[in-house]
Design a protein around this ligand. Structure first.
Ligand code: HAM
Length: 421
């Protein structure tokens, strides 16, 4: 039997979970502060949802999806991202007619068949937000400010924001033509993928990482120089609101992002702690996506970030501290009557909300005490047959070493645990 892990898919082990919880909690708390509501959607969708939503020419759809047919020969895919699913759910719920303005957030696993390396996995976990129903630049600024606030809450520094506008669909058509003309001149010196991208969608060439293509990408025209007056004004508004909030950004007119649904504002939050996979989160507007899925013309925008990358940064930055989990009480036992007494006492105290553990391997007292220490138990109670019979014993506060003789009733112990902090 093959018990190997699947390449690029990882167990998140108990020792690491604290970092994940910290990151997830920052997301949940930031969502509360900005009034975004949580949505959870299936891990599997019809392949067409991503193919149409993200674009056939994207690497994600073209090369990276986990796609299979179900028993009725329908093509399904593991979700590679959340935006398409959120828009699908939005339409399924009829929100486009009843409650078109929605602010939503999500957390969960996504799947892409990429080459695994530090910060890049095949099963990874995203935190994301999507805000639908307004074109107002204040929503763009709010989404970006959400990202900064979440990182502030985690105390993460060393970040910078790349910002651009790729304009409306007409602007993008024009920009594509400009790029096509630019790259056509040098396409013979570029990689096979870029040769394919030139006619499929020359904007995708800007995402290429192949060294041989970089000189031509570095000299490519920028999208922000090809905006119509309305999109240019929108972009100026977004920037002025970010200035108002004091949020830093760098204009990068070649930032186009690797998914086809984007329009107008696009951005990426970068970290210097991440090495080559230095994008912590990315997002932007997708004002045509609801329409692509057969709905009315309703704009939207959002971002998603990778928890794996966030956890790498948290672990590397000394200012993020993890509070060690501890146990309220460890019950060490001696003899059968003591074990039975402790077993039922643990059940009562757990029902009252305390974290309590006992030894399940019937080991010598010394080994049980070692375990209590390893578990960072805040109190220790040794229950032998005598203690069980008399229903009295000594509870020890582990930090101070102080011992207190008490009645071994659950309520009395609960009082001591509560006072003991
Ligand atoms: P994305 O840029 O494809 O955008 O992914 C967003 C983030 O997910 C990346 O910045 C990265 O942190 C993380 N990520 C992506 N792929 C991997 C991977 N293979 N391993 C680890 N982390 C990864 C989207 O997914 C869009 N749906 C974002 C969005 C939301 N745009 C608008 N709304």
């Amino acid at each position: 039997m093959n018990t190997d892990r699947i390449r690029g898919m990882y167990d998140i082990l108990p020792d690491e979970i604290g970092w994940w919880r910290l990151a997830e909690q920052a997301m949940i708390d930031t969502a509360r502060r900005f009034n975004y509501r949580e949505i959870r959607f299936p891990i599997v969708e019809y392949t067409e949802l991503f193919a149409r939503g993200m674009g056939e020419a994207t690497d994600v759809v073209g090369k990276e999806m986990y796609t299979f047919t179900d028993r009725k020969e329908r093509s399904l895919s593991l979700r590679p991202e959340g935006t398409a699913s959120v828009v699908r759910a939005y339409l399924n719920q009829g929100w486009h007619t009843q409650a078109p303005f929605q602010k939503l957030f999500y957390i969960g696993p996504m799947f892409r068949y990429e080459k695994p390396q530090k910060g890049r996995c095949r099963q990874f976990h995203q935190f994301g937000i999507e805000a639908l129903g307004s074109l107002d630049p204040s929503l763009d600024a709010e989404v970006i400010s959400f990202a900064w606030s979440m990182m502030d809450q985690l105390g993460i520094g060393g970040l910078w924001l790349r910002l651009n506008s790729i304009g409306c669909s007409e602007d993008r058509e024009r920009f594509r033509a400009v790029l096509h003309a630019h790259f056509s001149r040098s396409i013979a010196h570029m990689c096979a993928d870029c040769n394919r991208r030139l006619d499929e969608n020359p904007m995708r060439i800007l995402d290429c990482k192949e060294p041989q293509c970089q000189p031509f990408i570095d000299t490519a025209p920028g999208s922000a120089d090809h905006l119509c007056p309305e999109c240019a004004l929108h972009f100026a508004h977004v920037r002025s609101l970010l200035d108002l909030l004091g949020l830093g950004y760098e204009i990068d007119s070649r930032l186009v992002r690797g998914i086809d649904y984007y329009t107008r504002t696009v951005f990426e939050l970068m970290s210097k702690d991440l090495g080559s996979q230095d994008t912590l989160l990315g997002g932007g507007r997708y004002d045509g996506l609801v329409e692509t899925f057969g709905g009315p013309s309703i704009p939207g925008l959002g971002f998603a970030g990778g928890f794996e990358r966030l956890v790498i940064i948290l672990q590397e930055r000394a200012n993020a501290k993890l509070t060690e989990t501890s146990l309220d009480l460890f019950l060490a036992t001696l003899g059968e009557a003591g074990r039975r007494y402790a077993f039922s006492l643990a059940q009562r105290l757990r029902r009252d909300g305390f974290s309590v553990d006992i030894d399940h391997r019937n080991r010598a007292l010394r080994k049980q005490l070692t375990l209590a220490n390893a578990l960072h138990a805040r109190h220790l109670l040794v229950i032998g047959d005598d203690e069980a019979r008399a229903a009295r014993g000594k509870i020890k506060q582990m930090d101070s070493g102080e011992e207190l003789e008490i009645s071994l009733e659950a309520d009395t112990i609960a009082d001591v645990l509560r006072k003991g902090g």
